[in-house]
Design a protein around this ligand. Sequence first.
Ligand code: ZN
Length: 205
Amino acid sequence: MVSIVTIGCHPDDVESGCFGTLALYRKKKANVKILLLTGGENGGNKEVRLRASEAACAVIGATFVYAGFKDGQVTDDVETVSWIEKEIQKAAADIVFAPSPLDRHQDHRKGGKAAISATRNTANVLLYETPTTTEFKPQMYVDIKETLDQKIKALSMHKTQEEGALASEAVRCLAKYRAYQIRQFGKEIEAFQVIKWILNIDPDK
Ligand SMILES: [Zn+2]
């Protein structure tokens, strides 16, 4: 069975970046583990935010692991890299999702870099986008029409009602826009940048 590890710097990063794709993998019974580097304490009460992350993971039955690094002070040094690498090894991950390092938020920049270093032995590594990603050149597309509602439900665990409504609208629009960009009308898409991807050639498909 495929094993997936996803790295998020703050509560809701993974939910906005790649949750629809994770939900699709869970439908296929893949193991999905979500690593959260910080509790997002600069943006609210840490305990509340951690409980929201757990509730979001429960929407798809993903495993949740909290690292306990400080919000706003994520590093790409050996401590962060080793922690991520150990979790990837424990899960025997086939695919890792990480934040793009080309981002306005310093935690996303450092967390993304740390993830790329920590995946030196991982076969497949994809970067997801967040609302603060500054340069994103999508190369891989996943139709998440089937799981978009689960993604929005997971996101809604994190926000006040007003923010939640706005986030939901933005997420729906982005999914449609990514489909429109590649002329896949009617689909709703999450886009990724590829660090590495092994193409399996199956002549029966
Ligand atoms: Zn974030």
